[in-house]
Design a protein around this ligand. Structure first.
Ligand code: F6R
Length: 365
């Protein structure tokens, strides 16, 4: 089943273009201006009446919730709350009647997420699930939802399940946006951008040999930072989580501008940073954050979009991803950090598919 790949994780990283195609198949309207979902069990009028979304998940799925928050607020202009499922259960959060509750879980068996679902239902909320496992506990207990359709994920570290959750979040943001303020033509452009995602991920995967070379030079550090802003802050968290899980290097994700409020104390030649610095209105601010690291002798790996240039000495290593629509950027930007963690873990001789202390689905609290 693993074919020519060395690990399931590697196979699943390279499978992502096809996984994304499967996750979006049949889910665009005939006029090509919005997304459609068969299993929400809500009428369009009910969706239009919602004035807040609440999202819960654990680990990687929680990162997908954060990206969904960004895109729903940005494009649909509806407020979103995100909670760790394990915290939501016990903190008695006030939610109001027009809130729609989402749980996100690849396995559909994570006990904390199932607990959050039950707590939300107990309080009378409709709960939808973004889930990859037909017939799972979460799929059965939710009132409806969206299946990821990416096939079983075997590697313990989540890869294709994560990017498909990002895609579904982006599609759901479009669906809600088109019921509100988004125009037909902006919808058409958004749909085209989503349809391009598999090919953009293919292009990002072409960087694999280069990332493998870079990984050799970063495999022996004990600490690493991942920094990103806006929709790429959750991807910085995801990059740090992947590295921790499979290579056992201590890593932290932060919004780049938070560095100066504490974490910058960690920077030295012993602690490299991975920066997301794509083309954007705040590109120059990110470049200044990178310069702060360089002034303290920190090594920098910079993930940026094609066409961006950096002043000399700012980036020790640059990884290019294709330029893309804001809704697709988090998906494409995930690929280099997956590959970087994977190759670093291989370089360190780690058991990538079965990292120590971890299980594929966490069914105890
Ligand atoms: C990270 C990872 C975990 C899971 C988390 C939730 O690579 O796999 O953080 O994302 O345990 O799992 P699901 O999505 O099955 O609820």
């Amino acid at each position: 089943e693993i074919g020519s790949f060395s690990h399931f994780m590697e196979k699943e990283i390279f499978e992502q273009p096809v996984a994304l195609e499967n996750a979006m198949r049949g889910r665009f309207s005939a006029d090509g201006s919005t997304a459609q979902f068969g299993g929400l069990n809500l009428t369009p009028i009910e969706v239009r009446q919602i004035d807040r979304f609440a999202f819960c998940g654990c680990g990687t799925a929680w990162h997908a919730c954060l990206v969904a928050e960004h895109l729903i607020e940005r494009f649909a202009r509806v407020p979103v709350e995100v909670d760790y499922a394990s915290e939501f259960r016990y903190r008695n959060s006030p939610l109001d009647g027009n809130t729609l509750f989402f749980v996100v879980s690849q396995s559909g068996e994570t006990i904390d997420t199932l607990g959050a679902l039950r707590e939300a239902k107990r309080k009378g909320y409709k709960v939808l699930a973004i889930n990859n496992t037909v017939g799972s506990s979460i799929a059965r207990e939710a009132d409806g939802g969206i299946y990821q359709h990416v096939g079983p994920e075997i590697g313990v570290a989540s890869t294709k399940a994560f990017t498909s959750q990002l895609l579904i979040g982006a599609m759901f943001a479009l669906y809600v946006a088109r019921m509100r303020d988004m125009s037909f033509s902006d919808g058409v452009e958004y749909v085209k951008a989503l349809k391009a995602a598999p090919d953009l991920v293919r292009k990002a995967l072409e960087q694999a040999p280069r990332i493998k070379e870079i990984a050799k030079r970063y495999a022996q550090y004990a600490d690493m930072l991942f920094l990103g802003r806006l929709s790429l802050f959750p991807i910085a968290l995801e990059g740090a989580l992947k590295l921790k899980e499979i290579s056992y290097i201590h890593a932290e994700g932060y919004p780049a501008a938070e560095m100066k409020h504490g974490p910058i104390a960690l920077i030295s030649e012993k602690c490299p940073s991975v920066f997301f610095a794509p083309k954007s209105e705040i590109f120059n601010k990110i470049v200044s954050s990178i310069q702060e690291i360089k002034a303290r002798n920190g090594k920098t790996i910079v993930i940026t979009t094609e066409g961006c240039e950096f002043p000399p000495g700012v980036a020790d290593d640059v990884i290019y991803i294709p330029d893309c629509h804001e809704a697709v950027l988090p998906i494409v930007a995930t690929v280099p950090v997956q590959l970087l963690s994977y190759y670093i873990a291989c370089e360190r001789g780690c058991d990538v598919d079965k990292p120590r202390n971890l299980a594929k689905s966490v069914t105890v609290e």
